[in-house]
Design a protein around this ligand. Structure first.
Ligand code: IMP
Ligand code: MG
Length: 176
């Protein structure tokens, strides 16, 4: 099997949207600090770019979770591979994700984080695929809503490839 990538959201449009999100977040958190929490590996390109557009004080941390499933869909059996470096009690945690699909990964993660008693807990995702949502997830900031297609680029992978594409592309699988 081989695949082709078709551009869905250009590099320019992604950059403009992230600047917009950064401005909104800066406004909403005025007078506060943000503990930005990136979900590895997909959220990393988005978080670094977003953080550059935030004008209130920002700390960065990373978590890595795996949710067993097929190559293109998560299962909800989430396991923490790398946890936070420090406690988040009393902090304004902003979770930064690449994409929300079924919502299973985030539902698990948000519940887990909530138990650590942050001052606030919000969620920012670059992409949202609402069609396959199976769990209610409260998303505070969304870059783009996209149709139910498998996408790569800007941190998102297919079998660990294409994360470094500067734009968002749809993967078209063709049998060969
Ligand atoms: P969820 O638990 O179904 O919401 O899945 C979320 C995770 O699945 C994301 O953080 C991604 O790692 C992965 N994922 C979901 N859809 C896509 C996609 O279209 N491309 C690449 N990864 C995806
Ligand atoms: Mg992810």
């Amino acid at each position: 099997m081989s695949e082709k990538i078709h551009e869905l959201i250009s590099e320019k449009d992604v950059a403009a949207k992230i600047a917009e999100l950064g401005a909104q977040i800066s406004k909403d958190y005025e007078g506060e600090d943000i503990y930005m929490l990136c979900i590895l590996k997909g959220g990393v390109f988005f978080m670094t770019e977003l953080a550059k557009h935030v004008t209130v004080p920002v700390s960065l941390d990373f978590m890595s979770v795996s949710s067993y499933g097929s190559q293109t869909r998560s299962s909800g059996n989430v396991r923490i591979i790398k946890d936070l470096d420090t406690p988040i009690e009393g902090k304004n945690v902003l979770v930064v994700e690449d994409i929300i699909d079924t919502g299973r990964t985030l539902a698990y993660l948000l519940e887990n984080l909530q138990q650590r008693k942050p001052k606030s807990l919000k969620l920012c995702t670059l992409l949202d695929k609402p069609e396959q949502r199976v769990t209610d997830v409260d998303v505070d900031y969304v870059g783009f809503q996209i149709p139910d297609k498998f996408v790569v680029g800007y941190g998102l992978d297919y079998d660990q490839h294409y994360r470094n594409l500067p734009y968002i592309g749809v993967v078209e699988f063709d049998e060969e």
